[in-house]
Structure formats: structure tokens, C-alpha cells
Design a protein around this ligand. Sequence first.
Ligand SMILES: [Zn+2]
Length: 130
Amino acid sequence: MGRLIALATDYYPRLSTFQTALRCACPRCGQGALYDGLLSVRDKCDKCGLDYTRLDSNDGAAFFIIVGYSAVLIPLALWLELALTPPIWVHVVLWVPVVLGGSVLLQRPLKAWLMAQQYRHKAYDGSALN
Ligand SMILES: [Zn+2]
């Protein structure tokens, strides 16, 4: 009987990786916080105890942001230059905050999404996560 109760309390439904990433929440329980600060990942979930140290996306999020975000911003900057030909300070005032701010804002959910995908597809080395 005790084993059945333990199994029932250890059950975690399959959560949307997109939703847990937007909330920067634990990919297993969806309740615990993933970050301890701006981009520092906690060691484990404070609700279910999932070990986050094995879910490491490394620079994956930064790579996708560099490639994807620049694919959007470079054409916009070129269009602005060709259509309006503003002075260079307009580019500096406009694009520096957009590039820096957008990169930081995208980093948290994208990193959380990559970690959630790692958890879902068990893309980690060593033994299985519990
Ligand atoms: Zn959790």
C-alpha cells in the first residue's frame, strides 16, 4: 500500500515545454522556479527536487538568439537605412537597446525551453532522471 501511495505522489503529468519555458518553471512539475537570478539556473527544483544540473543547454539558447534574432534585425536595419537614410546616431540609439534588451529577454525562455526539451527527450548523459 505504501508503494502505491509513493507511486501516486511521484506521478508528474506531461507538461507543455512551451508553457513551462514561458513561465521559466520546472519542466517536470511546472511549479518550481528554474532560475535563481537573471540567467543562473538553480541546482534543483524547490518543489519536486528535479536535479537541474543534468539539464544544461550550454550556449544553445545564445546560438539560436544570435542566428534568429539577427535574421530579423539585420533586414530591419537595412530597410531603415535604405528607406529613410537616418544619421548614424539613430541606428546606435535604436539598435543597441533593441539588440541587447531583446537578447537578454529572449535568453530566459529559450534556455528554459531547451532544458525542458532535454528533460522530455531524456537528452542527458548518465542514468535516467527521476
Ligand atoms: Zn519541479
